[in-house]
Design a protein around this ligand. Structure first.
Ligand SMILES: Cc1cc2nc3c(=O)[nH]c(=O)nc-3n(C[C@H](O)[C@H](O)[C@H](O)COP(=O)(O)O)c2cc1C
Length: 210
């Protein structure tokens, strides 16, 4: 039974969000195909993603120096504990679906905050003589990225969204990465419906084989 982590990053309602609409199409089809799958939803705006702040850095430094977790200050324990639970949830998943909008050639900051909670030494990567190595490698994990851009960016040097997510997932050892993009819906509004329909078809096809 596959364990899917379905990660959304959007302030809008589904009805007003193109990426959430496509993500929902994928999810509905996937659940119909694989009713036994275990699906965990993570909303990066509403589910409290702990950012790396001064308490987290000081707590990590104390742990590296040999202090016990119980000896850390309350804020350090609470924040590092939350990061640990997010990282453990990420490691436990077999498959990841990220549903995101493009913001200023990248992602909303909440996605980067989340990446910083799951890129944890000893959990998702480690350092070796050959440099960092992803600890999730060879486990058959896979990632689908559903992404919406108002303009056209795919393949261009100014796209810091899809290439970044692909790269950081590969860094942790999740090499099977596929993306579905809807682009140009704001730039060419008269073609928005056509672009959406194409992405909806792609999302149903992806759900049949994910
Ligand atoms: C703050 C902000 C920044 C944006 N930056 C870009 C951008 O750099 N490139 C682009 O093509 N569209 C940009 N857009 C447009 C969105 O990517 C587009 O509306 C997309 O459909 C949003 O996805 P959603 O409908 O799922 O929210 C931006 C929108 C907002 C609100």
């Amino acid at each position: 039974m596959a364990n899917i982590l379905f990660i959304t990053c959007n302030l809008k309602s589904r009805e007003r969000s193109r990426s959430l609409t496509i993500g929902n199409e994928f999810l509905t089809r996937y659940m119909g195909n694989y009713p036994e799958a275990r699906i965990e939803m993570l909303d990066l705006y509403r589910d409290h993603i702990q950012r790396i702040d001064v308490d987290v850095l000081s707590g990590w430094e104390k742990l590296r120096g040999g202090d016990s977790f119980d000896s850390l200050a309350d804020d350090e324990q609470r924040k590092i504990g939350r990061i640990g639970r997010l990282a453990d949830q990420f490691v436990a998943a077999d498959k990841y679906v990220f549903v995101t909008p493009m913001w200023n050639l990248g992602f909303p900051a909440e996605l980067k905050m989340y990446i910083d909670t799951v890129c944890i030494v000893g959990k998702t990567f480690t350092y070796t003589d050959r440099g960092p190595v992803g600890l999730l490698s060879g486990m058959g994990k896979k990632c689908l990225h559903i992404h919406s851009c108002g303009g056209f960016h795919s393949g261009s040097a100014d796209d810091h969204s899809v290439p970044y997510l692909k790269s950081i997932m590969g860094f942790m050892g999740v090499e099977d990465f596929k993306s579905i993009m809807v682009e140009g819906t704001d730039a060419l509004p008269h073609k928005a419906e056509e672009f959406m329909n194409k992405a909806l078809v792609e999302s149903r096809e992806a759900a049949d084989v994910f």
